[in-house]
Ligand binder design. Structure first.
Ligand code: AKG
Ligand code: FE2
Length: 304
């Protein structure tokens, strides 16, 4: 079945259930209105399946004006499957909720937050693990008065934009994903998790994944390399890989392949890590984090 058909089918099921579905951009993202996520147990199985199917086509789903607490956030997430192990992110969980990841720039006792810049480069969550997270749900509690956006890239579109020749070549290649790739260090000058201790590094030692991956639900091919995690192809040196990787990163981040979200408290974005990447540009005054108008507070749940 081709993509538009699956997408239209999912959308029709949601509309029959009384929901409104609107595209966020031409190819990426849909806003779904009419659901009350505080009562996710009341959402029918067919609606959950259609949401999942639409997510696999559109890469992200946006729900607005949802005032969820942590339990409601996790209950909604669990409707789609088991939660991912948080691993190292567990240290950034709110008290009593080990399955949530707190992303904030709010200081604690005058100390800067380790997650203030959690998405400093394009990435797909947990791609450095042998079995990465399928999807993530990020809920906005506070957003800066301006900026604090998150960008999403449609990796199906990136794959479709390749020539047949390059797509065929990439189809037989694998790339090495690691949280401490030389690109991360070069791009930002610092490790994303500065407090990682010896012994925890094993979890982060990295792994190979195919450069093109077939999405298990949609059946479509997506490009699967990211600036934050990938610095070389299997059997290639970092220097040899760099030009082709640079090309692929630039291709995937083309404006026509992306959607940029301006957050409002109550927004929840559900993204599919198998076909979308994300990145949070620092587009507000990062030197004035003490100002209330710069406060950013989000919580993420993650599907295994
Ligand atoms: O801060 C953001 O907008 C995204 C953070 C992030 O990468 C994540 O929660 O996975
Ligand atoms: Fe992320």
């Amino acid at each position: 079945m081709n993509a538009p058909t699956q997408e239209m089918q999912a959308q029709a099921i949601l509309e029959q259930a009384g929901l409104k579905v609107q595209p966020l951009s031409w190819r990426t993202g849909s806003q779904v209105d009419g659901l009350d996520l505080t009562r996710s147990e009341d959402i029918s199985e067919s609606t959950i399946e259609a949401l999942w199917q639409l997510l696999g086509e559109r890469g992200i789903l946006l729900f607005r004006q949802q005032q969820l607490d942590h339990d409601q956030h996790l209950n909604f997430t669990r409707r789609f499957g088991p939660l991912a192990k948080t691993g190292l992110l567990g240290r950034h969980a709110p008290p009593g909720y080990p399955d949530l990841f707190k992303v904030t720039n709010i200081k604690t006792d005058g100390k800067r937050s380790e997650t203030e810049n959690a998405a400093q480069q394009w990435h797909s969550d947990q791609s450095f693990m042998p079995v990465p997270a399928r999807a993530s749900l990020l809920r906005c509690v506070h957003a800066p008065a301006f900026g604090g956006d998150t960008m999403f890239a449609n990796m199906y579109q990136a794959c479709e934009a390749l020539s047949d020749g390059l797509r065929a070549t990439l189809g037989s290649m694998r790339a090495f994903h690691s949280l401490f790739s030389s690109r991360t260090l070069a791009g930002t000058g610092r490790r994303p998790f500065s407090s990682v201790k010896e012994g925890e590094l094993e979890e982060l030692s990295g792994t190979f994944h195919p450069v093109l991956r077939r999405h298990e639900d949609s059946g479509r091919l997506a490009l699967y390399v990211s600036e934050q995690m990938v610095d070389h192809f299997e059997g290639w040196t970092v220097a040899e890989s760099a030009p082709l990787l640079d090309y692929l990163f630039q291709l995937s981040a083309r404006p026509a392949h992306t959607y940029r979200h301006r957050w409002a408290p109550g927004d929840i974005i559900f993204w599919d890590n198998r076909c979308a990447m994300h990145y949070a540009p620092i587009d507000y005054d990062f030197d004035a984090l003490d100002l209330p108008e710069n406060r950013r507070l989000m919580f993420r749940s993650t599907l295994a």
